[in-house]
Design a protein around this ligand. Structure first.
Ligand SMILES: Cc1cc2nc3c(=O)[nH]c(=O)nc-3n(C[C@H](O)[C@H](O)[C@H](O)COP(=O)(O)OP(=O)(O)OC[C@H]3O[C@@H](n4cnc5c(N)ncnc54)[C@H](O)[C@@H]3O)c2cc1C
Ligand code: SF4
Length: 492
């Protein structure tokens, strides 16, 4: 049979059961995939991220060929030039695709008259999320999550939450344990395609990240077998003893489409139903997938394209040298976190929020500059997920549209939730003096600098009250100036 359609598959929709591929056929459809120069060389991407994206896409192209499709996998200047090149070869075919995961991607496809089907790589359609959001006074994730539990009928029994509570956060905030037996890390051996990509990029992969569906499913099974039961209690802990703790490491596969959230939720619930998984761990994990992940994607579309440019705190500082080079700081928590990113392009949500974003917020780094850096260095970064997480959650640059108060903390929080401070030159309890923890100094200085903005925020009453009681505020301000100068110079 003659082909009638050209199906464009981007590198974050690698799944034949969803989107445009769901109703496709090798008999009538030809696939186009584009490795664009703009993507590979356009920015200072972490090599591990580039390796992961390209090798996964090439494996998927091979998989489509194995199941009978003709695939045009080409390198081109941009996505659009690539599509046009293939169109020129097959002028009678109409181009079809799934809605893109980003505003920019959608615009390129729409301007080129590509026929789009809805993006079903999430559990919540953009339409359904808009319905929820447009009925809210404020966009509280917890409210969205409870509605999701009911709508999707997940961990609901007789109309009530399983275990009697919606939320087990109070059981889930333990510090890192001492003398703990961590399960071994899972490694993914490189195959021919992986080696080819690693040679092209002159990069030796860490073997942490799988580039095939088989590998991603192994990762899911490994999580459910060795980590799921303990996921909840240690969710927020940070330790130098183990870089991934009990986190699933599934975000790269959920975000490039190899795994669909519905299968991850189903697999987790199956294991839970067999027993041995505490409800606090099961609920904690389910919340991440059907709650946070869906909420963040929904907010990305609901808040509009200009949201990414928000800078309500008028933050103007350039990126600190320590973000680009872990040797530029003796702050142990930051050094370890940036070092981990250099190694694997990943750290879990607390270092992202309470170390990296916290530091960027306290020092007043420009949100768009910080967003660019985060986009470049994380294995799982994509526009839809980084924009709300950084602009709304991490940097509070949106005037509180997403979060009712900024996520800021001094050294005492980091000291409680990690083992970083015991080997640090600084003292988390001190806010003045040469060995004062920079986080602690900058925390009070931030509250002082932004008092006008936050003084009527009732959720910050306690923090602002604490500020009023400080007797050494002039010394704190002086120390903060010195800390900021040294952070700019990469000498602290
Ligand atoms: C400032 C900041 C930036 C972040 N940037 C990204 C990003 O670029 N890409 C990304 O996928 N996640 C991002 N996150 C969310 C979270 O840190 C990662 O999803 C998680 O660390 C990935 O590791 P994991 O798969 O082991 O997650 P787990 O802890 O095992 O959680 C399970 C899954 O829940 C989902 N999830 C949990 N929280 C979020 C969230 N806030 N937003 C979206 N998905 C969530 C992820 O898909 C994750 O795989 C960010 C969080 C913060 C605070
Ligand atoms: S003392 Fe401060 S800088 Fe050092 S590890 Fe603790 S929180 Fe980080």
């Amino acid at each position: 049979m003659n082909k009638s359609r050209l199906l464009y598959v981007p590198f974050d929709q690698l799944n034949e059961n969803y989107g445009i591929l769901k109703n496709s056929s090798p008999a009538t459809d030809l696939i186009v995939m584009v490795e664009s120069l703009r993507m590979t060389t356009g920015r200072n991407w972490h090599p591990e991220k580039l390796y992961f994206l390209i090798s996964s896409a090439r494996h998927f192209a091979q998989h489509l060929e194995n199941i009978g499709f003709q695939v045009e996998y080409i390198k081109s200047k941009t996505t659009l030039t690539g599509i046009k090149e293939v169109q020129a070869k097959y002028p009678n075919l109409t181009v079809h695709a799934t809605e893109s995961s980003s505003y920019r991607g959608n615009r390129i496809l729409q301007d080129h008259n590509v026929q789009l089907v809805p993006n079903d790589f999430f559990l919540t359609s953009r339409f359904d999320f808009n319905l929820w959001a447009s009925n809210q006074k404020s966009f509280i994730m917890e409210n969205f999550y409870r509605a999701q539990r009911i709508r999707l009928d997940v961990l609901i029994e007789n109309g009530k939450p399983t275990g009697g509570n919606w939320n087990f956060d109070k059981d889930n905030r333990l510090p890192p344990p001492k003398n703990y037996d961590w399960p071994a890390y899972l490694e993914h051996q490189l195959d021919e395609i992986d080696l080819e990509v690693s040679i092209e990029l002159s990069h030796t992969p860490s073997k942490i990240w799988a580039t095939t569906r088989t590998g991603a499913v192994r990762q899911l099974t490994n999580f459910l077998t060795n980590h799921f039961a303990d996921f909840g209690p240690l969710e927020d802990a940070m330790t130098t003893q183990n870089w991934s703790l009990h986190h699933s490491l599934l975000s790269p596969y959920l975000n490039n489409g190899i795994l669909h959230p519905s299968e991850v939720v189903e697999a987790a619930l199956d294991v839970y139903r067999k027993g041995n998984i505490p409800i606090a761990s099961c609920e904690g994990f389910i919340r991440q997938i059907i709650g946070w992940r869906e909420y963040v994607n929904g907010m990305y579309w609901y808040l509009g394209e200009d949201y990414r440019d928000s800078n309500n705190l008028n933050s103007r500082r350039q990126l600190l040298p320590l973000f680009m080079d872990s040797s530029k700081t003796s702050m142990n928590c930051v050094k370890q976190t940036v070092f981990d990113i250099e190694q694997r392009a990943w750290v879990h949500h607390i270092p992202r929020l309470m170390i990296l974003s916290n530091l960027a917020l306290l020092t007043g780094i420009n949100p768009q500059v910080f967003l660019d850096w985060m986009r470049e260095v994380f294995i799982d970064a994509a526009d839809w997920v980084m924009v709300p997480n950084v602009i709304g959650m991490g940097l509070h640059a949106d005037g509180g549209q997403m979060m009712t108060k900024p996520y800021i903390a001094g050294g005492s929080y980091i000291s409680r939730m990690s083992d970083y401070c015991k080997n640090c030159h600084f003292d988390p309890k001190k806010r003045t003096g040469d060995d004062a923890c920079p986080f602690t100094t900058l925390y009070w200085d931030f509250l002082d600098r932004h008092l006008d903005t936050f003084k009527s925020n009732h959720r910050m009453f306690q923090q602002n009250n604490g500020l009023k009681k400080l007797k050494d505020l002039p010394e704190v301000r002086k120390r903060a100036l010195k800390v900021l100068k040294n952070l700019d110079a990469g000498t602290i």
